[in-house]
Design a protein around this ligand. Sequence first.
Ligand code: GLC
Length: 531
Amino acid sequence: MLRTDDWWRDAVIYQVYPRSFADSDGDGMGDLPGITSRLPQLKELGVDAVWLSPFYPSPQHDAGYDVADYRGVDRRFGDLGDADKLIAEAHNLDLKIIVDLVPNHTSDQHEWFRAALAAGPGSPERERYIFRDEPPNSWQSVFGGSAWEQVPDGQWYLHLFDVSQPDLNWGNPEVRAEFLDILRFWLDRGVDGFRVDVAHGLVKESNLADWTQSSQILGGLDPAGPPPPMWDQEGVHEIYRSWRALLDEYQGGRILVAEAWVAPASRLARYVRPDEMHQAFNFPYLEAQWRPADLRAVIDESLEASGTVGAPTTWVLSNHDVVRHATRLGYPVGTPRMHGVGAEDPQPDTALGLRRARAATLLMLALPGSVYLYQGEELGLPEHTTMPDEFREDPAWERSGHAERGRDGCRVPLPWEADAPSYGFGPADASWLPQPATWAEYALDRQQGIPGSTWELYRSALELRRQHGLGGGSLTWQDGPFSFRNRDLLVLTNFEEEPVELPPGARVLLSSEPLDGDGRVPADVTVWAAL
Ligand code: GLC
């Protein structure tokens, strides 16, 4: 890790989903004191920073991405004092803290939206949102259904997500000023950065032109076509330049990371130009199939595009919006993106999924740049693919008319102790989403100190990654089976069924599964070797 303001260039950043990480009071919902109590374990795992999904006051119609107050903590998760303690304890452990900022929309319970409804058509309060007398287009919500909702006085407002998430009007200077102030609020409390939700959505095409193609943010767009009128508009960049200028007033390397589902990589690189954000999530990498040619292409494109603007590339395989990679990789190669998995859907090959996930992770952790991990992947956790539908909370499930199961399956509370109630998630046998019976075998206490466990694989990989400076290194492809050099390491993944030989003299430092009896690399295994 670079111990300077550039810490983020090679950082491993661990995503905590507060609802599901650790519950201190036994109500079945994770909370900030729970997170604070488990920080030492993240330090031991070897991450550099923690990104927290939203913990702000919220009616929780979209699991906290519907924010009612940007300067507080939801009572379910604690209070501001708990946030301060969490930040202080993280800093004691030399961990950075990144918080989530949700600027595209507020909750309909935010005081601004309530004021907008009360003040009526034509008022300055309505100007903070996008109200029209008639829906000017047929835009669809990302979660399904129309993106326009009528209010009692007859006007309509835009919500690209749930009906309870009205989009803000970023053409209004008051909105811009408010968010600069919110950034200051958290910077002054000591946070090290912000993950910016739906960073490609804030500014809409000025005429709100119609758009009849997919409204998905999560892929599905033609990268060669024009950007849709709701995404990736030129005007967003000016906003990020103003935020960057503010962050640069603070010491210690505060960062902005964009959640921007844009393609191709050269468009994404525009979000991380030197005077804009520091990082952007690399979703094309997450979406790449388990094929050597696909992975090589996306790695090259990513490195090239970020290289043109001097930003580090980032890598990610799982987060709270996608099917966990230990499950995705348990389906046949070429399976299209899934929007959740239910009990009646085809089920994954769990063993193959975990094997490939371990290989995929080891490959990712050897790449130069910064890496994002999602809580539970270090335990090898799969998606909950047989959750009874009555537990589902993701608004996408209802809004899609049950066409999409949604994202609850990757948000199940973590197992810490195999034999404790709620597998040690909290002191009680309570968990806001049901934990599968198989969770015991994934529990942290069944893995810590156990050679070959997924947790130990992650810990060893993070240690070696740091020792060998892989995050700050560079990649050179090798001839033969899929392999590259970074610093003094050779990294090889075998995508074929037949085992492959390592080059003469290679000394294996880490391997996602044991080698075969002849020292060869079996199918779906990644090896790090000194050469
Ligand atoms: C982002 C979040 C997702 C949320 C959406 C609306 O994509 O990651 O969880 O539902 O924005 O805020």
